[in-house]
Design a protein around this ligand. Sequence first.
Ligand SMILES: NC(=O)C1=CN([C@@H]2O[C@H](COP(=O)(O)OP(=O)(O)OC[C@H]3O[C@@H](n4cnc5c(N)ncnc54)[C@H](OP(=O)(O)O)[C@@H]3O)[C@@H](O)[C@H]2O)C=CC1
Ligand SMILES: CC(=O)C(=O)O
Ligand SMILES: [Mg+2]
Length: 423
Amino acid sequence: MTASRKQAALDYHALPRPGKLGISITKPVSGPADLSLAYTPGVAEPVLEIQADPEAAYRYTAKSNLVAVISNGTAVLGLGNCGALASKPVMEGKAVLFKKFADIDVFDIEIDAAEPQAFIDTVARIAPTFGGINLEDIAAPACFEIEEALIERCDIPVFHDDQHGTAIVMAAALLNALDLQGKRIEDARIVCCGAGAAGIASMRLAIELGARRENLWLVDRKGVIHTGRDDYATLNKEKREFATPPTERRTLAGALAGADVFIGVSGPGLMKPEWLMLMNERPIVFALSNPVPEILPEEAWAVRKDLIMATGRSDYPNQVNNVLCFPFLFRGALDVRARRITREMKIAAVRALAALAREPVPKEMLEAYGQKSLSFGPEYIIPKPLDPRLRECVASAVARAAVLSGAAKQPYPPHYPSQGDIR
Ligand SMILES: NC(=O)C1=CN([C@@H]2O[C@H](COP(=O)(O)OP(=O)(O)OC[C@H]3O[C@@H](n4cnc5c(N)ncnc54)[C@H](OP(=O)(O)O)[C@@H]3O)[C@@H](O)[C@H]2O)C=CC1
Ligand SMILES: CC(=O)C(=O)O
Ligand SMILES: [Mg+2]
C-alpha cells in the first residue's frame, strides 16, 4: 500500500470518531412515561413473558435481527495470528457490511481465548443474546472443532464465514468461470493452495457440486498433501480427507502442471507468474488471499491472456469475497428463523449468486462502479457487492431452502418474492 493510502485507511478508522460503528435507539425515550416503559417498571413485563416462553425474546427484544460476529484473532485475513484485539477493525468491518447490505444489527465480539474449549464455552454462554452467530478469522484446524461444537450447543444458526461464506462465493464464481472456459467441474483438475478454513470448505463444496476427489490437489506450507508425506500421521483429519496417493509432484508448481483451476486461500505472492504457463489452456486463477493475493492480476495477465482471474479485493474485476454471501445468507436465515444453516441453504446461495451474474446489470450498479457496461463474461463472473439485487435474490433462495429442508421455524416470509413452489 502506498503511504497515502495507508494514511487514508488509518484516518478513515480514526476520524471523526474512532471505529466504524455506533448503537442507535429504536424506541422513543423522551420523557418519564417513555422511561417507565423502556426501563422500570415497564421492562418487567417482557422479562416475565420471556421467562414463561423463551421464543417471546424474538418479539420483545432485538434478538431476531442481531448477529454476533465473533473472532479470537488467530487468522485475521491473511495476516495470521494478530490476536483478539487487533482483529476488531475487521469484525467492525463485517458488522458494517451486515448492516449496509442486509440491515442486520451486529455486535462484534473479540474473545481472548486461543484454546478452542475456552472459546466454545464463552460463545455458548453469550449465544442467548443473538439470532445468529458468524464466526470469523479463526485459524484451522481449531475452527472446525469450534464450529461443530457450537452448532451442537446453540439453537441458533452458527456459521464460520471463512469456511462456508468463502466456499459459497468461490463455488458460484467457479461454476460460471468453468462455463465460460468451456470446461466441466466433473473434469476439472483443481489445485488449492491453503488447507485451512477456506481451503478445506471450498474443496468440500466443490465435491458437492460435482468435482472429483481424485482431481483435487491440496497444498499447505509443506507442499502437496499426499499419503506418503513424512508428517502424514500427524496431519489433521481435514487435511487427510484430501490427501492424494503418494506422488513425486510435491510442490505447488508440481501440482499446477496440467491443472485447470488454481484457488489461492493461503498467503501473499505464493503463485509465481511463470507457473501459470504450467496450467492447461484456458485456466482459472482465483487468488483470494487478503489483503495481498497469491498473484496480482497484472502479473498474471502479463504471462497469459486466456485465463479468468479473480481476487478477494474490491479494486479488481471479479471480487470473490465472502461479503457476497454472509449478509444475505443470514438475512434469509433470520427471516425464517432457521435453526441452523443446512447444506441445502448453502447450495441455494451458490446457485442464486451464479445465476445473478448472468442477468442484465441495472443502471444504478453501473453508476456505483463508474462503468458504462458490464455483462456476464471473463471480467464479470460473479455479482459485485454493491448490487442492490443481492439481498432479495440470495436471501429468498436461502429462505426457501431453509423452509423446504425443514430448518425453518417460521414460514417463507410474505414480503419475499414468490418462488413458484413456495410463498
Ligand atoms: N476472498 C475471501 O473471501 C477470503 C479469503 N481468505 C483468505 O484465505 C487465506 C486463508 O484464510 P483461512 O483459511 O481463514 O486461514 P487458515 O489459517 O485457516 O489457513 C491458512 C492456510 O494457508 C496455508 N498457508 C499459509 N502460508 C502458506 C504457504 N507459504 N504455502 C502454502 N500454504 C500456506 C496454511 O498452511 P499450513 O496448514 O501448513 O499452516 C493453511 O493451510 C487468507 O489470506 C484469507 O485472507 C479467507 C476467507 C475469505
Ligand atoms: C474476506 C475474509 O473473510 C478474509 O480474508 O478472511
Ligand atoms: Mg475472514
